[in-house]
Design a binder for this molecule. Structure first.
Ligand code: FNR
Length: 185
């Protein structure tokens, strides 16, 4: 039987009605059987402080264990002030330490930015990619995923109502599955 890859999904917004969380759940529903997508919560992570490593917060341990046990990582994020939301950057930092024990190293990644605006979170998307270089994460390059106009994208049940976007998300998650299989071969 072919392996099912466990994918840690990190959502850059903490709010309940988040468009990005809706998108992450929609991606999970469209994912092929070779991927199991699980949202890993980041809202309870204390701000990263190296001094706290002597008495590691439980939330950091939980997060490191969940991401560390995954085969790949998908980031679905809004853009805050043309960059990565603080909560998501904090999660990246928490996962990257203690030094030499980063949970990100070598993990295949993909990023999708989602915004009501037309630019589609390009700034956040590329600032994340900058961190992936240092974190040594091979990231899916194509298709790039800057999803704009997201305010009118979902129905009450959270389904994507724009057909072209649904097709694009399918292409994106299929490409990610192929990318993960290549990286893990
Ligand atoms: C925003 N928003 C925003 N949008 C954008 O396209 N570029 C930006 O730089 C910003 N900056 C920004 C900063 C802060 C602090 C907030 C709260 C919001 C708007 C943002 O895209 C919108 O609120 C989304 O709905 C946030 O994503 P979720 O929470 O719906 O997933």
């Amino acid at each position: 039987m072919d392996k099912t890859f466990q994918v840690a999904v990190l959502v850059g917004s903490l709010r309940k009605e988040s468009l990005n969380r809706k998108m992450a759940l929609a991606v999970a529903r469209l994912a092929p059987p070779s991927l199991a997508l699980n949202i890993i919560e980041i809202g309870d992570l204390p701000l990263y402080d190296e001094d706290a490593e002597t008495n590691t917060p439980e939330a950091w341990k939980r997060f490191r264990s969940e991401v560390g046990g995954s085969d790949a990582a998908l980031f679905v994020t809004p853009e805050y002030n043309r960059s990565v939301p603080g909560a998501l950057k904090n999660a990246l930092d928490v996962g990257s330490r203690p030094y030499g024990k980063s949970v990100w190293s070598g993990k295949p990644a993909a990023v999708m930015s989602v915004s009501p605006s037309a630019i589609g979170g390009f700034g956040a998307n590329h600032h994340l990619r900058q961190s992936f270089v240092f974190l040594d994460m091979p990231v899916l390059q194509q298709p790039e995923a800057y999803v704009g106009g997201a305010g009118k994208m979902f129905d009450e049940a959270g389904e994507i109502v724009v057909e072209g976007t649904r097709d694009f998300v399918q292409t994106f998650v299929d490409a990610f599955a192929t990318w993960i299989a290549r990286c893990k071969a």
